[in-house]
Design a protein around this ligand. Structure first.
Ligand code: GTR
Length: 423
């Protein structure tokens, strides 16, 4: 009798054992492996970081590691021949509350070279020092954030999206007129303007189309094919955000010292890397950025390094492949990416139904960047445990987990508005 039961006992044992096959997705907190995180306040040689001067050096060390091992090294600064071409100015936008401008940033200065189209919507009234601004990367073209026919329809290549294709918003990888305002629910333009803040945005695919083409197109047409430790697409998009900031700094209606870089999901990863590299960003917002963004890689919860490198081989440097199912070998983890933003304001946001992005891992990163902020006289999230739903915590590092799914909601924007007004 016992012998007959044995196969079933073995099956039952297999079902409850705590380890997972390499390719399984873990959503169980009890199965998160134990791990030791690298300490942002210790140099690679083990020496402690005890003051702001030390941190400056450690910051360089960490930036170098994130560049060579994760996102890839990025060309420094702006191309010499880069120029800004004003395309459009509409006074009296939003019933007179706002001014709309479009500017083409020609990266090589040449009209037939790679470019980025920046849309800037700003309050009609601005004081002498200018207004703060969100610089936001968008997924579907500038025309997707608001239904106005004043916004130029993007003619750039768009990533295939079955729902958009079915609804006629996309045809042959190009946006159609129907795509105007298609993502407006994620962009409370009037609320932003009413609160005295400008919104600048660009389509991420202008800088580098989001597909694995062996880095032939976008900005790579200008800089050449990257080596294994050089920028992937996230690095390129982040570099594009810095070029957009170059322009915003020239606009007297905008206070270039109060620009917050914002992104959702893969663009949240991008915002973090942009803010880590470019200290001109006064604030950084990571909305549901997940793996390779705010979430700790070593937790292997939801999306893992191996999975993201397989689904999106072009996002990171090739050197990041070494860490597929080998996260403990990473010389860094994502709390150190957030620490690189210190002492500037950083906002990490999660959504409770967005388990793929590991909300707890995002919270822990925000919390564990705290000691670096404290060393610089700033304050972290101010709590030991994850806050309740829809409760924003923290000072210079802020965090919330809201109800709902992977998305950008009014609740998220309300918090970002409060944060930008505290600058
Ligand atoms: C998913 C990816 C995530 C996140 C998301 C997005 O497919 O696994 O890391 O970046 O896409 O950007 O929408």
């Amino acid at each position: 009798m016992v012998y007959r039961l044995l196969p079933f006992l073995a099956l039952a044992f297999l079902a409850v054992r705590p380890c997972l096959a390499e390719d399984e997705v873990n959503y169980d907190e009890a199965k998160v492996p134990t791990f030791t995180l690298p300490d942002p306040l210790r140099f690679e040689d083990g020496a402690p970081v005890t003051n702001a001067g030390d941190w400056k050096k450690r910051r360089k060390e960490l930036l170098g590691l994130f560049a060579s091992e994760v996102y890839g090294k990025t060309p420094v600064g702006r191309p010499e021949a880069m120029r800004f071409v004003p395309v459009k100015r509409v006074e009296g936008f939003l019933g007179g509350k706002a001014v709309l401008e479009e500017v083409r940033i020609l990266f090589s200065g040449k009209e037939d070279g790679p470019f980025l189209d920046l849309l800037v919507i700003k309050p009609a009234k601005a004081g002498p020092e200018g207004v703060p601004a969100f610089l936001a990367l968008n997924f579907a073209g500038n025309h997707s954030i608001h239904p106005s026919a004043e916004i130029t329809l993007s003619t750039s290549w768009m990533r295939p999206n079955r729902e958009d294709e079915k609804a006629g918003l996309l045809k042959d990888n190009r946006a159609t007129e129907l795509a105007r305002g298609a993502r407006a629910a994620r962009w409370p333009v009037e609320k932003i303007i009413d609160s005295g803040v400008a919104l600048a945005t660009f389509y991420y695919g202008d800088v580098d189309p989001d597909f694995d083409d062996g880095f032939e197109n976008g900005i790579h047409a200008l800089f050449g094919k990257p080596g294994p430790d050089e920028w992937g697409s996230i690095g390129s998009w982040a570099w594009g955000a810095s070029r957009a900031l170059d322009y915003l700094e020239t606009d007297p209606a905008i206070d270039g010292k109060r620009v917050a870089v914002f992104g959702h999901s893969r663009l949240g990863k991008t915002a973090l890397w942009a803010g880590a590299r470019d200290e001109r960003f006064a604030m950084v917002i990571s909305n549901d950025s997940g793996c390779g963004g705010a979430a700790l890689s070593r937790r292997r919860f939801g999306e893992k390094v191996a999975r993201i490198n397989t689904s999106f081989p072009h996002w990171f440097a090739d050197t990041f492949l070494k860490y597929n199912d080998n996260e403990n070998a990473l010389p860094v983890d994502q709390h150190e990416l957030i620490a690189l933003i210190a002492p500037r304001l950083v906002y990490v946001a999660s959504a409770v139904e967005d388990e793929w992005a590991d909300p707890r891992g995002e919270f822990l990163s925000a919390k564990l960047a705290g000691p670096v902020y404290e060393l610089l006289g700033k304050k972290g999230v101010g709590v030991e445990e994850m806050p309740g739903l829809n409760e924003s915590v923290g000072a210079d590092i802020r965090y919330h987990i809201r109800t709902g799914k992977h998305d950008v909601t009014d609740y998220d924007w309300e918090q970002y508005l409060k944060a930008i007004h505290s600058l």
